[in-house]
Design a protein around this ligand. Structure first.
Ligand code: IMP
Length: 425
């Protein structure tokens, strides 16, 4: 009976997909606990690349059962597209292997339209959302007006609910945002078909997971986004609308904390962020370009160029704090090859003071300047390293310093996108 949680320790895009995929080999069940198709998880298997947005990465192992948890917001159209794409590549996505929590909320076309309209109306203060309807869907959930996946059990009643909801939201779209109304009848018909297809996948996933744990199964809880995008603990309002932290895993899956045996924080060896918001260690120079180009820092979901900078150990310590991380998975260490010296932010200066704690206040964080520590870089290509001792001395020292600053060990170190390009310690 073990449950491992994989959590993004930064602003998302840490390489959770690869780490989850690796850990899924030794799991029986992989469950996503939050977010929606704003996430993009890339898994490379034998030269084949799979880009997953909703379906847990564990789907690529035939022995694993995958769960979309109740904390998620699910766009049925995108879920079915992803399932069809996987099926066309020979992956079994039958109801026996892919369960959808009846409690998950659905993303409907009006959520997407409202996400875009709200971003446009914010003008220069836009958050840079993925425009997937995430915020408006979670807002409906909190306002108790959302439509849950379980309603798809009765496709014709569901279609009527969708039709009525589109008509209501059209008021907002047309009157507040001056947009064209969405076609209610057409959308209701389309979503009725989705309901027929998805109904067999619906389940009480909390019971399923807890029974699986009691039966001795190994559960892997797959996070999306990252700690610094958490609605409460992130850099509000430049956050997503869900809880990518450990509490989100428990609420999003309906589990008690006693099941958790490992809480793994995934962090890149440097820092990236996509969308707006403060980023103290951001680099706007050639070193930043190196990180973006060598690290292929373009969004899986939106294709946007990510912002990049030096590793922020103040933020990393904060991720250890709010999640109770037991260990780190350090990714993309290979990308740093050729940069010398390397820098890590170990504190900030803000309003004339030195801060060693992360201020979870976006306005204050925007005034913070990083205090850097310099470390030696390395020239070697480390992508073939499979053991810690295969790494050059400077790379070993860089990892050791991160462990010291974070206060937890880096048990996995990734040196390339392929499954086997990983050092397990
Ligand atoms: P939303 O989740 O689409 O509402 O976007 C809110 C913020 O979270 C934006 O800054 C997005 O760029 C960011 N975001 C959402 N999902 C991800 C992700 O999977 N990786 C990185 N950033 C994300």
């Amino acid at each position: 009976m073990t449950a491992t949680v994989v959590i993004g320790a930064q602003w998302g895009d840490e390489g959770k997909g690869k780490i989850t995929d690796m850990l899924a080999a030794e799991s029986d069940v992989v469950a996503r606990y939050g977010g929606g198709d704003n996430a993009g998880h890339t898994v490379v298997v034998g030269g084949d690349t799979f880009k997953l947005h909703l379906v847990p990465s564990g789907i690529l192992y035939p022995h694993v059962v995958c769960v979309l948890g109740g904390g998620m917001v699910v766009n049925p159209r995108r879920l079915l597209q992803e399932m069809d794409g996987l099926a066309a590549r020979g992956v079994d996505v039958s109801a026996a292997r892919l369960l959808l929590s009846a409690q998950a909320h659905l993303i409907l076309p009006y959520h997407i339209a409202l996400d875009g309209a709200a971003e446009r109306s914010r003008g220069k203060s836009a958050l840079g959302t993925t425009k997937r309807g995430i915020g408006p869907a979670y807002a409906d959930k909190a306002a108790r007006s959302g439509i849950r996946a379980g309603e798809m059990r009765d496709p014709s009643a569901f279609a009527e609910r969708v039709r009525a909801a589109v008509i209501t939201k059209n008021e907002l779209l047309t009157r507040l945002y001056g947009q064209e109304p969405l076609p209610a009848e057409e959308i209701a018909r389309e979503y009725q078909e989705y309901a027929v297809r998805l109904a067999p996948h619906l389940a009480d996933t909390s019971s399923f997971l807890v029974e699986a744990l009691h039966a001795g199964k190994r559960l892997l809880c797959e996070g999306a986004q990252g700690t610094l995008l958490d609605l409460d603990h992130g850099t509000y309002p430049y956050v997503t609308s869900s809880y990518p932290t450990v509490g989100g895993a428990l609420v999003g899956l309906g589990l008690g904390p006693q099941h958790l045996t490992r809480i793994i924080g995934v962090t890149k060896a440097y820092q990236t962020r996509v969308g707006a918001g403060p980023f103290p260690t951001e680099l706007l120079d050639a070193d930043g370009d190196h990180l973006v180009e060598v690290g292929h820092e373009y969004g899986t979901t939106t294709g946007r160029r990510r912002r990049a900078g030096w590793l922020d150990a103040v933020a990393l310590r904060y991720a250890v704090q709010v999640n109770g991380l037991s260990e780190l998975a350090l990714t993309k260490l290979d990308v740093l090859g050729g940069l010398d010296p390397l820098r890590i932010a170990v504190a900030y200066t803000c309003d004339g003071e030195t801060l060693t704690r992360f201020p979870a206040d976006a306005a204050m964080l925007a005034r913070c300047q990083p205090v850097y520590e310099e470390l030696s870089g390395w020239e070697e290509d480390i992508s073939a390293a499979r053991a810690f001792d295969d790494l050059p001395q400077a790379a070993r020292a860089y990892v050791a310093r991160i462990e010291e600053l974070a206060g937890v060990p880096a048990t996995l170190i990734s040196v390339g996108p392929e499954r086997e390009q990983t050092i397990c310690r």
